[in-house]
Design a protein around this ligand. Structure first.
Ligand code: AP5
Length: 194
């Protein structure tokens, strides 16, 4: 299984990505986690992107594309699929990743959109702020992340719809319900391909 999880900040991409990866035996590749690991390690890249992450701004396409492609390729080379969480976030990322992956036969087979109202996302992020993520601690930064999602990421749903692989799931339901809904939708899609 090669899957892309799309959704606003707080929609549950990380939560579902982790659960689905265990359930399906594939690798969870989370762009935000990979970037935060660079920040924590104070690598050259980490130092460069710290301020962007704290402001809720995107990291440049080239940087994130290189990091994600490396992780996705490694997952596929190890004979496992992937669940990609947090990438792509821009049309350019979606198109360039597809151009790189398609010749290798490792392009996404399904895209799941976790649909969630902004107000619920705001509440979830504000309550997670206590767990220490700097980009959750400031209401202005949460607004910036939501704004970038609506301006840049939501429009790329069309890219996956045009490829006929988009599934939309109600992300306001409890965590286990969302997981089962995704699994059922993936099974239905796989069944309809036969
Ligand atoms: P990233 O880490 O991807 O952050 P995000 O998209 O803002 O997503 P979150 O992690 O906040 O939310 P989520 O949807 O994963 O939800 P979660 O499961 O955690 O990216 C961080 C930053 O890195 C970006 O702002 C950007 O700067 C940079 N970046 C990353 N990728 C990039 C890219 N491709 N291009 C450029 N820049 C990039 O859940 C949130 C909370 O809700 C948790 O507390 C959870 O327990 C709770 N929750 C989850 N599901 C439910 C549920 N069903 N019911 C109740 N509570 C729930």
């Amino acid at each position: 299984m090669r899957l892309v999880l799309l959704g606003a900040p707080g929609s549950g991409k990380g939560t579902q990505g982790h659960l689905l990866a265990e359930r399906l035996g594939v690798r969870h590749v989370a762009s935000g986690e990979l970037l935060r690991a660079h920040v924590a390690a104070e690598s050259e890249l980490g130092v460069e992107i710290t301020a962007r992450l704290a402001r809720g701004d995107f990291v440049p396409d080239d940087v994130v594309l290189a990091i994600v492609c490396e992780a996705v390729t490694a997952a596929c080379e190890s004979g496992r699929g992937y669940i990609l969480d947090g990438f792509p976030r821009t049309r350019a990322q979606a198109e360039r990743a597809y151009e790189l992956a398609r010749p290798k036969g490792i392009e996404a087979e399904a895209a799941v959109y976790l649909a969630l109202a902004d107000d619920i996302a705001r509440r979830r992020l504000a309550s997670r702020a206590r767990a220490g993520r700097v980009d959750d601690a400031d209401g202005g930064v949460i607004e910036r992340r939501l704004e970038l999602f609506h301006a840049n990421t939501r429009p790329i749903l069309e890219f996956y719809e045009a490829r006929g692989i988009l599934v939309t799931v109600d992300a306001a339901e409890p965590v286990p319900v969302v997981t089962e809904t995704i699994i059922a939708a993936l099974e239905a899609t796989a069944g309809s391909d036969k």
